[in-house]
Structures are given as structure tokens and as C-alpha cells.
Design a protein. Sequence first.
Length: 281
Amino acid sequence: MGFKTVLLVILSVILMTVDRQAGHLDRVREGLAVLVYPVRIAVDVPYTAWDWLSAALASRSDLLEENEQLQRQLLELSFSQQQLAALRQENERLRELLESSQRVEQSVQVASLLRADLDPFRHRVTLDRGGSSGVIDGMALLDADGVVGQVTLAAYTTAEAILITDPGHAIPVEINRNGVRTVALGTGALDRLDLPFLSNSTDIKEGDLLITSGLAGRFPRGYPVAVVTRIDRDPGRAFASIVATPAARLDRIREVLLVSTPENTWITTESTPAGTETGRE
């Protein structure tokens, strides 16, 4: 046994020396490599397939996670964009109110709407300012375009106001073109005021601007109230049927100006005869 081992070792050394010097076994190795290649491929296939599948699944998982993150970022950006749009509109409204407040000689402050009650029989809003901020009953409400209404009840931190279109509200006005005074009554529709106390012979035209007369101390004088949109004169009746559209954007107000005047009062009457300057609720 020992002799055979020694003999094989000597033979191996001789073969390696000869192969190294002459390369006689290269072709044998090439042939063996060709024979062994299919076996190597067969052995490597499961590992290669597993690596490819793992990479594919990992890539899909990464793509799904990345897509989810992008979707979340898109939603966040969209939400931020909506907020920016809302802030831009609010800034525009506040700028308009600021410009309007600079034209008001009386003391003013800005209030925001907390609640709006706009059913056909009751046009009221709740404001975020009250007696603690100096709000009192009778204070006039304006927006950037004209008269909105007036405060009817001032609590400590909030106030309730009636809009000029409330069926129970009347506002003293005058025709800007000629100074003719009358009263505009609310109708329960946000886009309509009635002027029932002008005779058929009154000098009034469609397109005439109605402004506050300033009488009775309820509203500052000279602010837009409405524009005359329709006049029906019936010879069989003493008074003309006149409709006006409010100048204020009553269907979209968010902030208003509260105007303090020396004689803020809120007047209630059962009826308003032609030519008087009182209001009603």
C-alpha cells in the first residue's frame, strides 16, 4: 500500500512537470470541460433562477413602494395647492376689504362669517366678532362692493346680522343720479330687492345705482346698495314695480367690514310709508 502511494505520487509529479513544460494535457482538460459544462449549467440553473426571481421581486416591491410614495407626495402637493388657492382667494378678498375700508370715514373692523342661514324666510349670518371686540347692535356690514346688512344681536364673542335681502329688512336708499330717496325692501332672494314706494312718475331708470342715504344713522352715507334692473309702470296702480340687484356679493361673502357710526340703531316698524327713511325686521 505504501509503495503504490509513493509510486502514484511520483507519477503525478512527473505528469505535472511534463504538462507544465509541454502542455500535453490542455486538450484533455478542454475535453473534460466540454463534458462537464452541461452538468455545471444544470447545477447552476436553480441558483441563477432564484437570484433572478429575487431581484425581480425586489425590483417590483421597490417600484410599488416608490409609486406609493409618489402617489402620497402627489396628494400632499395637491392638498397644498388647494390650500394655496384658498389662501390666494382669501388674500384677494381681504385686499378688497382693505381698499374698501380706506374709503370709509368711520371706524371699521374685519369680521369673518361663522354661519349663514339663507333660507327664503330668514337671511341671517353669524360673525366671529362680538361685544368684546366693540360690536354693538345696529352696526352696518359692508363688503368690497357694497352694503351687506347690519348687526341685530351682539353677544360677547359673536354677533348675528341680518342681510339686506332678508324679507323683514328695509334700508333707506337714494338714487345716485338724482338724489331721490326711498326704501329698498328684502325679498328673501339673494339677488333681489324691491322698491315699492316710488310712484309711476318718479325719475328712475334701469341701471341706476342706489346708495345709502345716511338718514336715520343706520348706514354710512354714499355706499352702493343695489342697481335697478327692472321697472314696470302700470297706469292702473299708483306705484311702480321696481326691482334692484344688490351690489354686494351676498352669495359668496366670507369676510365683512363692521362699520361704527355715531348713531348705530336698528329700527323695526310694521309698515314703511312712501318717502320715509326707517327700516323694518
